[in-house]
Design a protein. Structure first.
Length: 366
């Protein structure tokens, strides 16, 4: 099999025409779309609108019902791309049969999965940790990823509380992890990240407990990218790595930037996918990069290299995560000469506090 990645610019939350055009002209077979990760502008209304448009497009093209499609193809909406130079776009993964023989090199593969619908009282709990861990392991197996060190990114989208979900739990005399929806989302993301770490062997079951979730920050995954939203009730999982037997033309690598300014580590991620340069990559080398996924955490610590920032203390504190991911995007854009890369916040148990997690996709050298 061969995995292709399409990075498609969009004009508005309802704009799915770039994908529709690829399907209409036969460049993509709709049934071969295996995952979509979108960089959305705006809030959860915009995210839900984009998700609706994608489901409508793909269900019509495949002949599946919306529910069938929803259970088969994870579509993750990553919002708040309304700050700085962030550029809304779609990342479409397509898995196609390939008659060309696979090389001996490890190349790009993906595995996907969707957990059962979680109950509101399970958000941010060990039940969510277990569900995500099991789904990650199953997705690895489906992708042919036997060695966890070959996994370079696990993208997860988890549910958040709503008034209706809170009322449902209360009607059954169940307690949710936190009645404040923002705090509840923090727990939900944190549990999923720990589930990824458990599945990949970065963490052990003995280290994890209900009390450790969003309390023990020494526990984290270096691979997990987790976002949350009300537009779903299950956890959607996309496992990305390199494996033998793949006929893909792409490879993926990753790094942990110690802070938002750690460009040295980012450059090592570029080198890990075969770029060759000393100080900075030239235009020929940069042309090999297909996409970059960035998860940032600068907003959760009060300083950057000893310098105070006010992302969580000024009147825009509610958008501190958006500010941090726009800044991270700009730092990387200054090297790449491009702003259309996927950037997210919500960093609970995703790398050391204040770090960036980065996944880099590139054309293979051979």
């Amino acid at each position: 099999m061969k995995v292709e990645l399409y990075r498609l610019a969009v004009a508005s939350p309802d704009d799915v025409t770039p994908l529709a055009d690829l399907i209409r002209t036969g460049q993509i077979q709709a049934k071969q779309v295996s995952a979509v990760i979108a960089q959305n502008e705006g809030d959860y209304y915009a995210r839900g609108f984009t998700l609706h448009m994608l489901e409508e497009l793909l269900s019509e093209a495949t002949g599946e019902t919306r529910e069938q499609l929803r259970r088969r193809v994870p579509m993750l909406m990553i919002g708040l791309a309304h700050v700085g130079s962030l550029c809304p776009h779609l990342n479409v993964f397509v898995t196609v049969p390939e008659t060309r023989g696979a090389t001996e090199e490890k190349r790009l593969v993906i595995g996907t999965g969707i957990t059962r619908d979680l109950l509101p009282e399970e958000y941010g709990t060990m039940a969510a940790v277990s569900e995500v861990a099991a789904t990650v392991k199953a997705s690895m197996k489906n992708a042919g990823l036997e060695d966890p060190t070959d996994v370079h990114c696990v993208y997860v989208k988890v549910p958040e509380l709503t008034n209706a979900r809170l009322a449902d739990a209360q009607s059954r005399s169940k307690r949710v992890r936190a009645q404040d929806f923002r705090i509840g989302a923090i727990y939900s993301r944190g549990a999923a990240a720990l589930g990824v770490g458990l599945a990949l062997g970065e963490l052990t079951e003995g280290q994890l407990s209900e009390n450790a979730i969003c309390e023990n920050w020494d526990l984290f995954s270096r691979i997990a990218h987790v976002s949350s939203g009300i537009e779903q009730t299950a956890c959607k999982v996309v496992v990305i790595g390199n494996a033998p037997g793949s006929a893909s033309d792409l490879v993926v690598g990753h790094c942990v930037m110690k802070d938002i300014l750690d460009v040295a580590s980012f450059k090592e991620a570029l080198r890990s996918v075969g770029l060759k340069f000393t100080c900075c990559p030239d235009s020929t080398q940069l042309a090999r990069i297909e996409n970059i996924f960035i998860g940032t955490g600068a907003y959760v610590i009060p300083t950057i290299r000893g310098r105070r920032h006010t992302m969580q203390s000024d009147f825009l504190w509610a958008f501190s995560g958006a500010q941090a991911k726009a800044t991270a995007n700009a730092v990387i854009a200054s090297i790449m000469g491009d702003t259309m890369f996927l950037s997210k916040s919500g960093c609970e148990h995703q790398g050391p506090r204040g770090s960036n997690l980065v996944a880099v996709f590139a054309k293979a050298t051979k």
